[in-house]
Design a protein around this ligand. Structure first.
Ligand code: ZN
Length: 404
């Protein structure tokens, strides 16, 4: 193992996850992270492009619910606007209840069945179940004054957070707050009474960037992606400082590449953000050109200290697959894993491009109940720097072997 590169791996991760406070899309830390990415790649002879994105940053402020002289501390739903709503409390636990209740102008507590899954943002095109769209459109038609969401945990859709925000959507304009299912049970006792919901959350218009580094060679491209953004409130080490670090290491390891394919390293901005702006911009800019992409390799969730690195495949032809199989067989740190759809690799698959998702086997096995991602626990103490460098070295080897 190259000691100098191992030091760089640590340095990249330390800067992305510790020095930069948070990489949520449009925040100062997010802009600092994309600046750092661009600067770190610049010595290695790639053509670098910054694509600006119009986005919304958000300040959570302070949120409370008051019942008479009693006050509960709650959280504003991410990207919700602030409010001061004094109104009757009405409690609803199913879509049918919601459809049959007069909630206009009231403070609406959602609890139970209706809060089991985090609702997909209204304009999220990749995955949006009919039931979620029905809840959102009913809320928009009925116009409660404020929505109070009582939630438990939903690791596969919302990461490890408890409670999780039921609504996380800057395109949804009814103010909302959230707290735990247990607190929700308490508040239900005050159904029909006047309660006050106050939130000083604020939307802030801002900018973000996708950064692309191109090594021009053949007409067909191999596009290697990692999302650079993180949820608010997490250092985003496994999700996805490690993926970004693999891209930075690949920029150096492949600096002399002159093979059959053009290579593109893309720091995508928005995988953990309601409007996925970087992903949408990438799709727009590649409209009609997805056929030129021979392969996508997406790194997300890699480098966990426990277990191996998982390579999951979708739609790879025999030749590409053979190269991966040969390299994985000779590696002690990596193995092939099951396909999983929650990541930027799915965009490529939707456009018929073969894709490889690189992650940690442990997370794939524990996706339903892990309590790490999107929380403060996703910090550098759970990262094995050697595994991160090893993955970059394996990918560099694999890409150099792609000659067919
Ligand atoms: Zn991620």
């Amino acid at each position: 193992m190259n000691n100098l590169l191992l030091q760089k791996t640590e340095q990249y991760l330390h800067t992305l996850c510790n020095k930069i406070p948070n990489r949520a899309v449009g925040s100062p830390g997010n802009i600092a992270a994309t600046d750092y990415f661009r600067e770190s790649i610049s010595p290695f002879g790639w053509d670098i492009t910054s694509d600006p994105l119009e986005v919304m940053d958000w300040n959570p402020g302070i949120a409370t619910i008051s019942i008479g002289s009693e006050t509960l501390q709650v959280k504003a739903s991410p990207y919700a606007s602030g409010c001061e709503s004094v109104a009757e409390l009405i409690c609803v636990s199913t879509i049918q209840d919601l459809e049959n209740s007069d909630v206009n102008g009231k403070n609406l507590l959602l609890f139970g069945d209706i809060t089991i899954e985090q609702l997909m943002p209204r304009n999220f095109v990749f995955y949006n179940p009919e039931e979620h769209r029905r809840i959102i459109s009913t809320l928009e038609t009925k116009k409660p004054s404020c929505i109070i969401c009582a939630t438990g945990r939903n690791s596969s859709l919302a990461g490890g957070a408890y409670p999780f925000p039921l609504i996380e959507d800057g395109d949804f304009n009814i103010p909302s707050v959230y707290f735990t299912d247990v607190e929700g049970e308490y508040l239900r006792k005050f159904s029909g009474e006047i309660v006050k919901v106050k939130s000083s959350a604020a939307r802030i218009s801002s900018r973000a960037y996708n950064i692309t580094a191109l090594k021009k060679s053949g007409k067909k491209r191999i596009v290697i992606t990692a999302h650079i953004d993180a949820k608010k409130g997490t250092p985003g080490a496994i999700d996805n400082g490690t993926g970004v670090t693999v891209l930075l290491l690949l920029a150096e390891l492949l600096s002399d590449y002159t093979g059959k394919y053009s290579l593109e390293l893309v720091a995508l901005n928005g995988e953990d953000y309601y409007a996925v702006p970087g992903q949408m911009d990438f799709i727009r800019k590649n409209d009609g050109q997805f056929g030129d992409i021979a392969l996508n390799i997406n790194i997300d969730g890699q480098g966990y200290f426990n277990g191996k690195t998982a390579f999951s495949f979708n739609g790879l032809s025999g030749d590409f697959k053979t190269v991966f199989d040969e390299i994985l067989e000779s590696s002690e740190d990596a193995e092939s894993g099951p396909w999983w759809p929650q990541g930027d690799h799915s965009i490529f698959v939707q456009y018929g491009v073969p894709a490889v998702a690189v992650s940690s086997s442990w997370f794939l096995s524990n996706m339903e109940n892990q309590t790490i991602t999107h929380t403060e626990a996703d910090n550098l103490s759970i990262v094995d720097f050697r595994k991160v460098l090893k993955t970059a070295e394996l990918l560099s080897l694999i890409i150099r072997k792609m000659t067919l």
